[in-house]
Design a protein around this ligand. Structure first.
Ligand SMILES: Nc1nc2c(c(=O)[nH]1)N[C@H]1C(S)=C(S)[C@@H](COP(=O)(O)OP(=O)(O)OC[C@H]3O[C@@H](n4cnc5c(=O)[nH]c(N)nc54)[C@H](O)[C@@H]3O)O[C@H]1N2
Ligand SMILES: Nc1nc2c(c(=O)[nH]1)N[C@H]1C(S)=C(S)[C@@H](COP(=O)(O)OP(=O)(O)OC[C@H]3O[C@@H](n4cnc5c(=O)[nH]c(N)nc54)[C@H](O)[C@@H]3O)O[C@H]1N2
Ligand code: SF4
Ligand SMILES: [Mo]
Length: 745
């Protein structure tokens, strides 16, 4: 009998794991196949909004290139292997390197998708702790570490990020972000466009500062070009103007703000006239922008990756929140506020209003002496730590959901370094530009085969909420979820081998964690979560002990896993608008907002020196496209089709000066580094600035990405040097780098 597809159709609700907007999806399945993916109209956070990437989850699930079994490289060729054989190979090779060369000889590198996978996010730390290595690297130092460090110093925790209260703001100033395309970052704000339009409809204004007239700029009431890598000057001048024109008013948070005078003294020399030539923005415009911001009554400044991936990323990120504070918008309705996450947020646990704050430099990179930040060393140090011999040299690497050969500066150098390792293990779903160097690859499941609950993004969301995603499909038999793989790897590293059942390992670890966290109450917590394991148990504990939790039965109407699971068909649980949280959310040792962290005041000297640097004729910046996601979704037919996206955008005056024509190929060069890309001439660029997207370059031998290889594109990171960093956060400099261009015939 042929089943009627109507009868077999099932409907599932899941949070999209592909970007920080975390949209709620409604996925229909018939006869074991996805038949439709749409926005879930009832989702409490996204209300039906999605972008084209969500639909590609079907392609991802069905992609024949996505790995379904472990691979072991033998004589240079990957062979499919059983999980037992793969773990045995790891046990044979990895502990021996540690035993011979010490803990730091094994490094770990974690990438962006791990932020969207609860199994990776909550269990990666167990592997890192078992390894005990100081060589921990992640995509955070290619991205948002400056924002996290600045927020940490000011508010006391790495994820206490001030978010625009877009529902109520009257004036939104956006620097170095293109949320219409990226759908927001360090700010979970699905349907940014709709929210920006609503802001305008109620009479508010949005202004964008960007070297490209972006899709967000096109929507804005005003757009100003800025010379790349000069936001720190603009922001310092705006802060200077706030003081010079007596515009400062701290508002209700005044009793909890320390350091206003120190800031005033430190920015005194950054007048609009001094910085204007460097920024490419007239002094009068800087003054007017500052006055508008100060007088807007409910305004917010939001800045993202364009302002982080700079030489002064941390200082620029700090000045953003200095402006938010001096204009009286910190913690106010329509200003910037802090989310109150239902689970996993450090700024909701422990004693309110005070804490240990954040520290950096507990250890340093061996070669560059770069300080540890948030437990990590800069990703741009990875290659040199592998290449240079000596005690502590990296000889083995575990990559987890990262593709640094394409996503990190000087990919070709890193590629060579990876090839020289004694052993490389990758937890990844593809053989790609990075994992082709691995000796063993252990694949994760398709996102549709896994449960999910966002750990980080509710701490960054425009509205408080709790949502749970059940798996859409059962996992294939014998294919463990990644949290179990991580537990087994930790056991191997600790000399216990891969033989113990992952659930047994998990119970043992949970018992230890419960002892540490709950002391005498540990047995009760273990009893209350009986029957749960892995991330599900972690979610239940985090929800129940969180700010809305049932406190294990003490608050009858409080949240727990079961309640949040039950609400998923109804779009999750809405926990309301962002509320005032100062001083309760502060975790600084002083219990104050630290407006003038000493390291940042000191960094202004470096900023002053850089003000004099001569301007380059041509600098390069990056770009994102709605149908891309960093380096790893170019293999999905739904997204790969259509116009070619890896083009170099050049302003008409630069094009004619350099003899470049629309559609023709050009060479882009930075010293000895060079790539070729197709030119697109466009006045959306600021003169003197070229834009090329990152994440391309799928023409490297040994990768298995058949769709992506058809139109490989150029690797922007083959052009960038890994020597450039923000010294405070260790973040890579990914833009504003001088290049030359010439036409290719
Ligand atoms: N020049 C330049 N470089 C940049 C940027 C830029 O703007 N300009 N942006 C930077 C930013 S913001 C970021 S976040 C980084 C991102 O850089 P990475 O962290 O390297 O992330 P991706 O390039 O997205 O690569 C993701 C990897 O995870 C794998 N993967 C996908 N899903 C899963 C899964 O479920 N499990 C496992 N185990 N693996 C999975 C993919 O196959 C791929 O290998 O790139 C940075 N690089
Ligand atoms: N479609 C899509 N969405 C994504 C991603 C993707 O690859 N594709 N990646 C995701 C990830 S990992 C992240 S971190 C987020 C990032 O999200 P966003 O921060 O919004 O990233 P971009 O779209 O790259 O926007 C950065 C903007 O900064 C500008 N810019 C470059 N240099 C400077 C400068 O010196 N000063 C100023 N003021 N502006 C500058 C660029 O022109 C660009 O418009 O996007 C996420 N969303
Ligand atoms: S904006 Fe697109 S990719 Fe991002 S979460 Fe929403 S649907 Fe997924
Ligand atoms: Mo990112």
């Amino acid at each position: 009998m042929v089943p009627n597809s109507q009868q077999t159709e099932t409907v599932h609700h899941r949070v999209c794991p592909l970007c920080e907007a975390c949209c709620g999806l409604e996925i229909k399945v018939s006869d074991g196949r996805v038949t439709s993916i749409r926005g879930h109209a009832e989702d409490v956070l996204s209300r039906g909004y999605i972008c084209p990437k969500a639909v590609a989850l079907k392609d991802l699930h069905e992609d024949p290139d996505r790995l379904r079994t472990p691979l072991i490289k033998r004589n240079g060729i990957f062979e499919a292997a059983t999980w037992e054989a793969a773990f045995a190979e790891i046990e044979r090779r990895l502990p021996a390197i540690r035993a011979a060369h010490g803990r730091d000889a094994v490094a770990v590198a974690v990438g962006n998708p791990s932020a969207h996978k609860i199994g990776l996010l909550t269990y990666f730390g167990k592997l890192a702790r078992a390894l005990g290595t100081k060589n921990v690297f992640s995509a955070s130092t290619l991205d948002q570490m400056p924002k996290q460090l600045a927020s940490g110093w000011m508010f006391g925790h790495w994820l206490s990020v001030a978010l625009p209260d877009i529902t109520h703001t009257n004036f939104l100033l956006v620097l170095g972000a293109n949320p219409v395309v990226s759908n927001g970052s360090m700010w979970t704000v699905p349907d940014f466009r709709g929210k920006a339009r609503a802001l305008q409809a109620r009479g508010g204004k949005m202004v964008v500062i960007d070297p490209r007239r972006t899709e967000t700029a096109a929507l804005a009431d005003a757009h100003h070009f800025i010379r790349p890598n000069s936001d720190v000057f603009l922001l310092a001048a705006m802060v200077q103007t706030m003081f010079a024109e007596n515009l400062v008013q701290l508002g209700p948070v005044a009793p909890w703000v320390d350091g206003v005078d120190a800031v005033q003294a430190a920015v005194g020399s950054f007048t609009p006239e001094v910085v204007a030539p460097r920024c490419g923005i007239p002094a009068q415009t800087i003054r007017e922008l500052t006055r508008t911001l100060a007088s807007a009554n409910r305004a917010a400044v939001y800045a993202r990756i364009g302002t982080c991936t700079q030489e002064f990323g941390t200082t620029a990120s700090w000045l953003v929140d200095v402006l938010n504070t001096l204009t009286g918008n910190l913690d106010q309705q329509g200003g910037v506020r802090f989310a109150k996450s239902a689970a996993f947020a450090t700024n909701t646990t422990g004693k309110p209003g005070i804490g240990k704050g954040v520290t950096t430099g507990r250890h340093h990179a061996r070669i560059s002496s770069a300080p540890e930040v948030y437990g990590e060393l800069p990703m741009t140090c990875l290659a040199e730590e592998i290449e240079n011999q000596g005690v502590g040299q990296i000889r083995a690497l575990v990559t987890v959901a990262t593709n640094p050969v394409l996503s990190s500066p000087d990919g070709p150098r890193l590629s060579k370094a990876l090839e020289s390792l004694d052993f490389m293990l990758s937890l990844d779903i593809y053989v790609n530009e990075t994992t082709r160097h691995a000796d063993v690859i252990l694949p994760g499941l398709s996102p549709l085969e896994e449960l999910h609950f966002d750990v980080a993004f509710p701490q960054l969301s425009w509205r408080n909420h709790a949502r749970y995603s059940a798996p859409v499909f059962p996992a294939p038999v014998d294919h463990p979820p990644e949290w179990q793989t991580l537990l087994k790897l930790a056991a191997i590293v600790q000399g216990q081998g891969p033989y113990q059942d992952a659930l047994v390992l998990d119970d043992a670890q949970f018992a230890q964690d419960a002892d540490r966290l709950f002391g005498a109450h540990a047995p009760a917590v273990i009893a209350a979560t009986q029957g749960l394991h892995g991330p599900q148990r972690a979610i239940d504990v985090a929800l129940r002990t969180g700010p809305y939790g049932d406190q294990f039965g003490r608050k009858m109407d409080g949240l727990n896993l079961e309640k949040v699971m039950q609400a998923s068909a109804a779009g999750g649980i809405d926990l309301g608008e962002l509320q005032a949280r100062i001083p309760e959310m502060l975790r600084t040792p002083s219990g104050k907002v630290e407006l003038a962290p000493p390291a940042l005041l000191q960094d202004l000297q470096r900023v002053t020196q850089a003000l004099q640097a001569p301007a380059a004729d041509l600098v390069i910046i990056g770009r994102r496209d709605v149908r891309t996601n960093n380096s790893w979704m170019h293999n999905l037919p739904t997204l790969a089709k259509g116009p070619f996206r890896c083009t170099a955008l050049v302003h008409p005056t630069d094009a004619s000066r350099l003899g470049l024509t629309d559609g023709a190929m050009a060479e882009l060069r930075n010293g000895s580094r060079c790539v070729q890309a197709q030119v697109r001439v466009s006045d959306e660029m600021m003169p003197g600035v070229v834009s090329l997207p990152h994440g391309w370059g799928h023409d490297l031998p040994g990768a298995r990405l058949r769709v992506a290889a058809e139109r490989p594109g150029a690797n922007l990171n083959a052009l960038l040097s890994d020597a450039l960093r923000d010294p405070l956060s260790g973040n890579a400099v990914l833009g504003g780098v001088p290049i030359t261009m010439r036409a290719l015939n």
